[in-house]
Every structure is written in C-alpha cells, then in structure tokens.
Design a protein around this ligand. Structure first.
Ligand code: NAD
Length: 272
C-alpha cells in the first residue's frame, strides 16, 4: 500500500506517464504522485486499468487523471497535450514509458511486427518528447517549482545494451531510444531541460509474465540477475521519482540501469 511521502520533491508539478494503466507505468505514476506530482495516467485501450491507477492514487491522497491516447499516432498525442494544457496549464515531467513486444525469430518477423514495435516504442517516444519539449521551452524555468524547465525520462531497457535474439524489433527500438535520449539531451540542455533514461532489467509485469510466472521460469531468469531478485514496478518508480526531482539536477543524458546487475554479464561470474 502506497503512502504519500512526507517530504514531497515534486510538489506543484504536472507529470505525464505514458502507458500507465499497468506494469512499470502504474508503478511510476504512483511513485510520482506519492512525491507530490499531479499525474496524467495515459493509456491506449484499458480505461478500467487507468481508472484503477487513478483511484489508487486519489485514495492515498494524491492527484491523478486518466487520458487516452495511442502514443504512436501524432493526432492523438497532440490532442492529449491539448487536454493536459487546458486542464493543468503546463507540464513539468514526461515519463515516456509506453512500449510493447511482438516477438518473432528474425527470419519469420513480418514487416507489420517490426513496424508496430518501432512505431510505439520509438516514434511514440519521439512524439511525446517533442510536445513536452515545446511546452517546457514555451514556459521556461519556474525556480519556485524546479531548477529545470522540464524533465524527460525515457523508459529504455537493458536491451539498449544487450542484444536479444528473437526480439530484433524490440532491441532495435531500445537502441534507438538510447540515441534519441542522448541527442535530445544534448540539444535541449541549453533550455534547462533534463533528459535521461531508465534501463529496467527484468521487472514483474504483464509484458514478460511467461518469464517469471512459473517457479522454473523464475529460477532460469534469476541466473541472469546477480542480485538474485526479480524487480518490481516500484523499483522503477523510485528511480523515476529521483530522476524527476531536483536531487538529480546535475544528472543529464544517462541511462540509469535498474536491473539487479543484469548488465554485469553474469555469465562470466564463474570464470566465464
Ligand atoms: P506493460 O505491458 O504492463 O506496460 C506497457 C504499457 O504500454 C501498457 O499499459 C500498454 O497498454 C501501453 N501501451 C502499449 N501501446 C501503447 C500505445 N500505442 N499508446 C499508449 N500506451 C501503449 O509492460 P511494462 O513491463 O510495464 O512495460 C513498460 C515499459 O518498460 C516498456 O517501454 C517496456 O519496454 C519497458 N521495459 C520493461 C521491462 C520488464 O521487465 N517488464 C524491462 C525493460 C524495459
């Protein structure tokens, strides 16, 4: 059960979390709300999932609303931002979290599977970040609210670094997110916009349920995680709240891996 934090680092800030009706997005939405932000819970299709997250936040004394938009569609992203600006006047934090997998062996992968994953995981992050940056630049820094004009957090993956057989579309999208994040971090820094990524390892969510659901699958997964624990959405929520806060004001253009050590090449632990 979440509780509103006593020391709230994100007070008077408006945050948009895409794909927040489940999994990591819901964990991030709750963590930002616990830290004082008013959270826009974006969802693509699950209105009930989004309303459940909104209710959990409001039940704990936080503020949230749900707004529907497919992040891969420019007109829907523009309409979502129009609604946010109309309701709240501005935006301070974007967490570009929406993402999906359409797995296939490379030789069997259809153009549709390839394109769909790139559209949501990469183009979706481009569209949402562009609209956020436009608003951050328009408004500028509000020193009483945050040292930065705005914060963008891209949900990447350990697979921006680790190749992943059977997931060429997904790994490519996350590799793309890495250079999108770094490029816009470079470009937007003069506007006092901070841009970073989080690279989750294995987190228990619907996207990868077959990897942790059974004891056998979980045991196999743990061989890839030196810290010997499968992650929870709250692990990512904590990292996102810190990255969105002024405590990380000098952190810019990095991927923060939150992965229990998955990126430490654990296959080499016993002398390779
Ligand atoms: P999830 O399936 O629970 O969440 C993904 C969310 O994105 C869902 O709510 C889904 O409805 C939403 N979404 C999909 N297409 C959308 C669209 N077009 N527009 C708006 N929303 C859309 O899975 P998750 O694990 O919580 O994934 C969240 C993010 O974390 C993804 O970017 C994923 O790649 C990344 N990630 C997850 C893990 C993990 O182990 N779970 C690891 C690394 C990275």
């Amino acid at each position: 059960m979440m509780k509103v934090l006593e020391k709230q680092r994100l007070q008077n800030q408006i945050a948009l979390v895409t794909g927040a009706s489940s999994g990591i997005g819901s964990g991030v939405a709750k963590a930002l709300a616990a830290d004082g932000a008013t959270v826009v819970v974006n969802y693509a299709s699950s209105a009930s999932g989004a309303e459940k997250v909104v209710k959990e936040i409001t039940d704990m004394g936080g503020k949230a609303v749900a707004i529907r938009a497919d992040v891969s569609k420019e007109d829907q992203v523009l309409e979502m931002y129009r609604q946010i600006l109309e309701q709240f006047g501005t935006l301070h934090i974007l967490v570009n979290n929406a993402g999906l997998q359409k797995d296939a062996a490379f030789v069997d992968m259809t153009l549709e599977q390839w394109q769909y994953v790139l559209d949501v995981n990469l183009t979706g992050q481009f569209l949402c970040a562009r609209e956020a940056a436009r608003e951050f630049i328009r408004r500028g820094v509000q020193p009483e609210i945050s040292k930065a004009a705005g914060k963008i957090i891209c949900m990447s993956s350990v697979h921006e670094l680790i190749p992943w057989a059977g997931h060429a579309n997904y790994a490519t999208s996350k590799g793309g997110v890495m250079l999108l994040m770094k490029t816009i971090a470079q470009e937007l820094a003069p506007h006092k916009i901070r841009v970073n990524s989080i690279g989750p390892g294995a987190i228990k969510t619907p996207i990868n349920h077959e990897a942790w659901e059974t004891p056998e699958a979980a045991a196999k997964l743990l061989t890839l995680i030196p810290y010997n624990r499968i992650g929870e959405p709250a692990d990512i929520g904590e990292a996102a709240a810190w990255l969105a806060s002024d405590e990380s004001d000098y952190v810019h253009g990095i991927t923060l891996f939150v992965d229990g050590g998955m990126t430490l090449f654990p296959g080499f632990t016993a002398n390779g």
